[in-house]
Design a protein. Structure first.
Ligand SMILES: [Cu+2]
Length: 287
């Protein structure tokens, strides 16, 4: 008795043409819905050029993933139907599992091409715009006019962020306000343990490491309020390490920073000189 004959018959009965049509139709319907209905609501919003870029990238990922997800769902649905037990037999085993070399071949080709082209897309986008992530002390992908960016130093410590403004007399503030339509260079560092500066609506997330100046760029758009959270478990009060900030018009920013300079003048005088990184306990960090 040969087991090969009936199995081959069974395989040939598969409705490849209609399954493929169903997949193409489902993808043609679902992909525009996903892109145009869900795309605009994807994180992290359009608070900065970088955040908007992340929305675009997330939309591209979702658009590419949709036909794949539809394909998997159609395939599962077809399997449930095609391999259902037609005539219940108490002791019958299912058909032997058989490979299908051409499906396997094309699956590997398709998934490899999708993964490689997405990684090429990701690398291009990172080099084009930066991504709002810290790129270390010497970023290799600089935005245009990077040297004219407004420098803001983000100093993390257990368990709060403070902000230092080298172009405004080195004043250090407890809150953060940023001027609209301005390229900002966040110089992120820490005084103690590893933290992470995560300003969600700005599309910025950068590690705050002691002894390191980690630079992230973002170009603000219109007025906006945003939240800052520490995104790295940093001790018992990690969950309380947050504050809020806002992007305001350039005129309001100018009056805010002037008022901060005035208010903190006595403190500014006793701060150590502005530096890209600080070691508040020099005796424990000799060298
Ligand atoms: Cu922290």
């Amino acid at each position: 008795m040969s087991g090969d004959g009936p199995m081959r018959d069974r395989r040939e009965r598969h409705d490849v043409r209609n399954v493929t049509l169903l997949w193409l139709l489902g993808s043609a319907i679902m992909t525009p819905i996903v892109v145009y209905v869900f795309g605009p609501g994807l994180p992290p919003g359009r608070g900065t050029d970088e955040a908007a870029g992340q929305v675009l990238d997330n939309t591209v990922l979702l658009a590419v993933a949709t036909p794949i997800a539809v394909g998997v769902l159609v395939f599962i649905a077809y399997c449930l139907w095609a391999f259902r037990e037609r005539e219940p037999q108490l002791h019958a085993e299912g058909a032997a599992v058989a490979g299908h070399s051409s499906v396997q071949f094309w699956w590997i080709i398709a998934t490899t091409s999708v993964a490689l082209s997405l990684s090429a897309y990701g690398i291009t986008r990172l080099l084009e715009t930066g991504a709002g992530g810290g790129q270390g002390p010497q970023p290799i992908a600089l935005p245009a006019h990077a040297s004219k960016a407004l420098q803001v130093q983000v100093i993390a410590q257990q368990w709060q962020f403070t902000y230092r403004w080298p172009s405004y007399g080195g004043v250090e503030t407890r809150e953060i306000e940023l001027p609209a339509h301005t390229l900002i260079a966040f110089n992120v560092t820490s005084l103690d343990v590893i933290h992470s500066f995560w300003a969600y609506q700005l599309g910025v997330k950068a590690d705050a490491n002691p002894g390191v100046n980690n630079i992230a760029y973002a170009t603000t758009r219109g007025p906006l309020s945003f939240e800052v959270r520490c995104a790295e478990l940093c001790g018992v009060w990690h969950g309380y390490m947050f504050n809020s900030g806002s992007v305001v018009t350039r005129a309001s920013f100018a009056s805010w920073i002037a008022q901060q300079r005035l208010q903190y003048a006595p403190a500014t005088g006793s701060l150590s000189p502005y530096s890209k990184k600080y070691f508040p306990e020099p005796q424990r960090r000799a060298g």
